[in-house]
Design a protein around this ligand. Structure first.
Ligand code: SF4
Length: 338
């Protein structure tokens, strides 16, 4: 099999992205690691601002390891998939304690850190140390599925295995770091999810999807399942100073470790019971616009209700000077209070 690496590297030299904020020369492994974790579920254009802000607050791995979890989550808020931030923070602590603050350069040790799979570990060591590893992130899966017309969704073990074999076959020993960046760039800029720009693609010649005009059929779509919906009421307790009550969520589960309103089942009986438990003198002021938030497995419908409380101050925070991380729907509710 002819590797795509030669034409891809030639294209990368001219058209690849060479000035992303985490692309230092030499590469800073802390920056590479952070960017790879942020890029796991998020596009480059969104990541850039979050990355710069994060580095501003946590300029080194040691600073990150010594920061409090709330401080870390506050800088991640809005980026979603918060387990990534908690794992990043846990990993920083492990690296400080076990590896004396030096990011490991052995792939098994990197993969043993919380939240890092084979592809992310490979990308980190390839980009920062030019080690010879293959990667298989979303971009690479898309490129290889089209190039080889791989049938089946990559959520299926068999398809994933096939894609790993292909990824390893294409990955060159020389300039491994550039190739890793190049194939990610190809997927992000030309071999995009819809309307791939095959006319400018450096690997067009060998691409089966291009030859058979089947680009839209690959990667095979995920078998459809209707997502269920769940609805809850969020109780926006407000005191006389206009502050709102927020509590820290458990570290496991949705929005783990972030701060949110109290919530309960979406029934008037349950709403009244929960309010009474919180403050016997509280009363409902008004309902706000419902918010729909979609997770991977279900949709969450949030019905926010503003509740006026008596003289309480404990646990209440000023909206304008929030120092804790809150999930996106909570931010949307806070915006409705302004
Ligand atoms: S030719 Fe088109 S479909 Fe094939 S890899 Fe290039 S951009 Fe993707």
């Amino acid at each position: 099999m002819n590797s795509i690496s030669k034409p891809l590297l030639q294209w990368f030299d001219q058209h690849g992205r060479h000035s992303l904020p985490w692309q230092g020369n030499p590469a800073n492994i802390y920056h590479v690691w952070l960017s790879e974790v942020m890029l796991q579920q998020t596009q480059v254009s969104t990541v850039i601002n979050y990355f710069n802000n994060f580095i501003h607050h946590f300029p080194s791995l040691a600073v990150l390891a010594n920061a409090g979890e709330d401080t870390v989550l506050a800088q991640w808020a809005g980026l979603g998939y918060y387990a990534r931030a908690r794992n990043l923070h846990k990993s920083a602590k492990i690296i400080e304690q076990v590896y004396q603050g030096v990011f490991p350069d052995n792939i098994k040790q990197v993969m043993a850190l919380p939240g890092i799979g084979e592809s992310t570990a490979g990308a980190i060591l390839s980009i920062s140390h030019n080690q010879n590893h293959a990667i298989l992130d979303g971009n690479v899966k898309r490129v290889l599925s089209r190039y080889h017309q791989v049938k089946g969704h990559y959520g299926q073990a068999q398809t994933l295995k096939q894609l790993w074999v292909l990824a390893k076959q294409h990955t060159p020993n020389a300039r491994n770091n550039d190739y890793t960046q190049a194939i990610m760039d190809l997927g992000a800029t030309l071999c995009t999810r819809s309307n791939p720009d095959c006319g400018r693609c450096p690997v067009q010649q060998g691409c089966l999807a291009y030859q058979h005009k089947t680009q839209a059929e690959y990667p095979s779509p995920k078998p459809k399942k209707n997502k269920p919906s769940r609805s809850i009421t969020m109780l926006v307790y407000q005191n006389k100073q206009g502050q709102v009550y927020l509590e820290k969520r458990p570290s496991k589960g949705i929005w783990g470790g972030l701060w949110s309103f109290k919530e309960c089942e979406d029934s008037s009986q349950e709403v009244l019971r929960t309010i009474q438990q919180f403050d016997t003198n509280a009363h409902i002021n008004r309902a706000l616009q419902p918010i729909k938030h979609s997770f991977t497995h279900y949709h969450l419908i949030i019905n926010p209700v503003v509740v006026d409380c008596s003289e309480q101050t404990r646990g209440f925070q000023s909206i304008r000077h929030l120092k804790v991380g809150v999930p996106t729907p909570v931010n949307k509710i806070l915006a409705q209070l302004d």
